[in-house]
Design a protein around this ligand. Structure first.
Ligand code: SPV
Ligand code: MG
Length: 434
């Protein structure tokens, strides 16, 4: 027993299937299997966070008879753990010879050479993969309570959580499914923003709370029907404090992960309007009561309350914003959205620099609509944990639709626009019916 060889297997093991069991069984035939289980952060560094968190995945693996020990693997790269364990063998399915993991594989081979270790690559089990199972999960949807906690989990495992505006089911599906590979890293949006601006505009109404909450919730329920990613709800100023607990109940029941509430009073006006002379900011203490009310009425602490500070929007300075951040954070806000309509992120970065030093610091949220040149890496550097791209999908769709309508009118037929829009067969096949 003592002289058994050490066999290392790196796994995410989020959705365990027979392909994994096959690998573990083969690994076990070479010696004692040590699983390097990728942490949530390691997985989030190259794809979406796992369905099950690290603790749960570890329990499952520890109870598989082919596994001797489970240790965390903190990066996608194996080298640190390999140097630690110096395994005689590493076992991995042969599917990593190409694609995202190609480089990881060659580093494994190079490291193993140092002590004449060997890489064993069993044939990949066909017709089964975690991605396939994940797409099946998407088809049956997700339970609200599972979805609510996803934003909190993303916050603790991602450098920045990337949210995009969604105003209907189709935009929800784009956010759900779109993946881009850049420098071997899979990029995708982490969740949806139910924007008061774009939800209202889609309904042909101004962004002044004329679309009431029941209508807003009905729109988001449509998106929830066909997606699994978390949704952040733009609640304007939250309405009357006496009604807040009912709103929170509806949002949690729908599976919403966070509410963002702005500290304004009176008839609502969109923050990006140039003239804000008739916009009134709420008293910080009054607004703090609303935050407390949400914290008290929410069923679960996984449902986050994010306070949005409008000091810069109404022309007040950094000191007012900082004072409010302290008060809102003490009242229980899980994060602060510091809003700005400047062309550069200068004022929000100055705010972040000072707020970071506070003992009441909470993660920061940015909405780079006017300062859209800012890169995510600079937001991260300045202490921002969530970025909300608040209106881009509607801004893309509207001119495209208007142009199609105009072309048909001008040409008195549809032929000319046909070349610029997707074929009918693509739109028929866009939504699968199985
Ligand atoms: C929204 O998208 O509705 C927002 C962000 O609240 S802003 O338009 O900048 O006010
Ligand atoms: Mg809004």
């Amino acid at each position: 027993m003592k002289n058994k060889k050490r066999v290392y297997v790196g796994l995410s093991a989020d959705i365990l299937h027979e392909g994994h069991i096959n690998i573990l069984k083969i690994a076990n035939s070479y010696g004692d299997v040590i699983v390097g289980l990728l942490t949530d952060e390691a997985i989030a560094s190259y794809k979406n966070i796992p369905h099950l968190d690290f603790k749960r995945r570890k329990i499952i693996l520890q109870n598989i008879k082919f596994v001797k020990k489970v240790i965390p693997q903190e990066t996608l790269d194996y080298v640190k753990n390999l140097n630690l364990i110096k395994p005689h063998y590493v076992v991995h399915g042969d599917d990593w010879k190409t694609g995202v993991q190609k480089k990881t594989r060659s580093r494994v081979i190079k490291t193993l050479k140092k002590w004449s270790g060997k890489l064993i690559e069993p044939k990949y089990t066909k017709n089964i993969s975690s991605s396939l199972i994940k797409s099946k999960i998407l088809q049956i949807g997700t339970l609200p309570q599972n979805r609510v906690s996803r934003l909190k989990r993303l916050l603790s495992s991602k450098k920045i959580v990337r949210i995009l505006e969604s105003h209907n089911s189709l935009t929800g599906l784009i956010i759900e499914n779109l993946k881009v590979t850049k420098k071997n890293i899979g990029l995708e949006f982490d969740g949806m923003w139910s924007s008061s601006l774009t939800d209202s505009a889609t309904k042909g109404k101004p962004d002044n709370s004329s679309v009431d909450f029941s209508s807003r919730i009905s729109s988001l329920n449509d998106m929830m029907d066909v997606t699994t990613k978390p949704l952040v709800f733009d609640a304007d100023n939250g309405g009357q404090i006496e009604h807040l607990s009912f709103l929170i109940r509806s949002l949690e029941r729908a599976g919403v992960s966070a509410i963002i509430m702005e500290d304004k009073v009176g008839l609502k006006k969109n923050s990006l309007f140039k003239n804000q002379s008739d916009t009134k900011q709420d008293k910080a203490e009054t607004f703090a009561k609303k935050i407390k009310k949400i914290c008290k009425s929410r069923q679960s602490n996984d449902f986050l309350v994010i306070a949005r500070i409008e000091s810069f929007i109404v022309g007040k300075g950094i000191n007012d914003a900082l004072k409010r951040a302290e008060i809102y954070s003490k009242a229980g806000a899980d994060a602060i959205l510091i809003h700005s309509k400047e062309k550069t992120p200068h004022e929000i970065f100055s705010f972040a620099k000072k707020f970071k030093k506070s003992k009441n610091f909470v993660p920061l949220v940015s909405v780079p609509s006017t300062y859209s040149k800012v890169y995510e890496k600079d937001l991260i550097k300045n202490g921002f944990k969530i970025v909300i791209y608040a209106n881009q999908l509607l801004r893309a769709a509207y001119p495209a639709m208007q142009n199609a309508a105009k072309t048909i009118l001008e040409k008195s037929r549809a032929f000319e626009i046909d070349k610029k829009i997707i074929p009918i067969k693509d739109i028929i096949n866009l939504i699968k019916n199985d």
